[in-house]
Ligand binder design. Structure first.
Ligand SMILES: C[S@@+](CC[C@H](N)C(=O)[O-])C[C@H]1O[C@@H](n2cnc3c(N)ncnc32)[C@H](O)[C@@H]1O
Length: 221
């Protein structure tokens, strides 16, 4: 990975996507019927046993990549079990020998379009839900590939008490907040000013002088 030359997001969208309200309303009022893939169900069943046995808080780190943020969160919250989920086998199994090591986290290879539905069905007691630097899909025609434009959006906002979503593309967060407001939630967007980057993508954006943003949404108390 090269640092210091990460490109700014280029988009043909001047503001919130014209069809976003309609897309979100459709997804919130129609059942998501796509069958759950077998590999995600069996990955879920394995981690579900750990979650059900765990005595402390559960933290979900969605789109965790190589799991750096999962390890950092695990060391920050030693009583928690951090579940990092990513669909890329290559990223999940890189076994990164970084300085952030902990034993209270687990990385799972699964498709979140399915995994989120299983988490909601099993009623996981998630305290904090992180989605750090999801793929932005900046072309207008790809709006439904963004999490807030996807059919699983209605499930995403049912996971966790607090959702922390980060991106170097502020419009992604503005759109997510717009979608969350349609679903009845409020949130705020701030600049990320942490001393240490929490993920490799954050490190890359910061090294190239880009501002990173965080959307924080209170989902339920
Ligand atoms: C831009 S990377 C960010 C990774 C990490 N959070 C970071 O900041 O370094 C986005 C990640 O989302 C994962 N991802 C995208 N769609 C996914 C899905 N449907 N289910 C699970 N992971 C997904 C990708 O495999 C990739 O690792």
């Amino acid at each position: 990975m090269s640092f210091g030359d990460s490109k700014q997001i280029i988009t043909n969208q001047p503001g919130i996507h014209d069809n976003l309200t309609e897309i979100v309303n459709k997804h919130l009022t129609h059942e998501f019927k796509k069958p759950i893939a077998e590999h995600t169900r069996s990955a879920f069943d394995q981690v579900n046993e750990l979650v059900q046995r765990h005595q402390g808080p559960i933290i979900l780190d969605a789109c965790c990549g190589v799991g750096q943020s999962s390890r950092i969160l695990a060391s920050r919250y030693p009583d928690a079990l951090v579940v990092g989920v990513d669909k890329s086998d290559n990223r999940i199994s890189r076994n990164v020998d970084d300085v952030w090591q902990a034993d209270n986290y687990v990385l799972v290879r699964a498709d979140l379009n399915d995994f989120y539905r299983l988490v909601v069905e099993a009623n996981w007691p998630v305290e904090q839900h992180y989605i750090l630097y999801p793929n932005p899909w900046p072309k207008a025609k790809h709006v439904q590939r963004r999490w807030h434009g996807s059919a699983v959006f209605g499930y995403i906002v049912k996971v966790g008490k607090t959702l922390h979503l980060r991106s170097n593309w502020r419009l992604y967060l503005e759109e997510f907040l717009h979608a969350a407001q349609i679903a009845g939630y409020q949130g705020k967007i701030t600049e990320v000013n942490d001393e240490q980057p929490i993920t490799p993508f954050e490190a890359k954006y910061q090294a190239s002088g880009q501002t990173c943003y965080q959307l924080t949404i209170s989902l339920r108390s």
